[in-house]
Design a protein around this ligand. Sequence first.
Ligand code: TXA
Ligand code: MG
Length: 370
Amino acid sequence: MSPKGFCAIIAFMKTRILKFNGENPDTTIISEAAAILREGGLVAFPTETVYGLGGDGLRAEASAKIYAAKGRPSDNPLILHIADQEQLTGLVHSVPEGARRLMEAFWPGPLTLVFEKSDAVPYETTGGLDTVAVRMPSHKGARALIRAAGVPVAAPSANLSGQPSPTGGEHVIRDLEGRVEMILDGGDVPLGLESTIVDVTGDTPVILRPGYVTLEQIRTLLGAGEMDPAILDKPSEETRPKAPGMKYRHYAPQAEMVIVEGDRAEVIRQIEELAGGKVREGKRVGILCAQESRGNYHAAPCKTVGTRAEEASIARNLYRCLREFDEEQTEFIYSEAFSEGTLGTAIMNRLVKAAGYRIIRTGGQSGKIQ
Ligand code: TXA
Ligand code: MG
């Protein structure tokens, strides 16, 4: 059953939607939202990465509600969000030395760590795993809410399963109105890509999902670090990702999307040709490109995702652009690749999944990654 079909059968509820100033959160709003969480209800709220769909992470029934509201498979574990380091103690079996140093360097911020879980964390929250993912967001409003709730807040991205993560309040409202008690609309989030996930349970830290905190930064700090080999490849039996969520076709626009990578002039030529061909067939076509090459595309309507001069702008706008293509009922999307710079791996990880692993490398081999 589709996520939307699944959600249609859960009871409709009245959702309170409140404007929320993340920098200077209103104390009344915080205490009302915190009360909902403590009573086992759901509140969607902004973080610095993407919006989260929060519930009490220590209550099995709150986690079950999160899965139902999102239409998410319940073997896909949730991240626990905490407000300060003391909150970590009761949730994990132990804190390895490497993890401690990562926390000092990158918390609060866009880094999630996977630990061995304590008995306090229910299997409903961890999707049946003996490990638990924990993150301390840097977003002031998010931390104020978690602190006021007084419980670790389980929060996946606040989208319907299979939709791009929400980076603006209107995305959350569109996906979750009627399915949660409250939505805190804090406007556009600053980063726009989900946190880096690092498994710290083994001898070497392993990145399970790339993000703003990079492999290079982790290696510089700890002198060690690996990337889960499944990150840019199509999941298979040999390369099954360790983060269960990475195996699903996440971040997927409704359109069939193809990424064209390689020499700039050749990329533009190929995208023009492919887009022009589909337009002639009468299809609805969109092109996703950087500002630097926008003027070169004429075959189909084009969205500028950001500038290559500031790769954070590409990260910030990517999901918004994908959602816009959906709203416009685009049937085929042709996208440039954005592999350069420190954020290239994280951006391409999302883009390649959105494209269902369809990538054309100009001047080299082409076709679908097997
Ligand atoms: O930036 C973020 O991380 C956002 C905001 C809201 O904090 N949250 C987020 O959550 O992206 P979600 O549920 O959409 O993605 C969590 C990912 C999934 O791929 C899940 O499988 C993985 O984290 N994960 C959670 N717990 C895990 C665990 N114990 N071991 C391995 N992977 C885990
Ligand atoms: Mg998600």
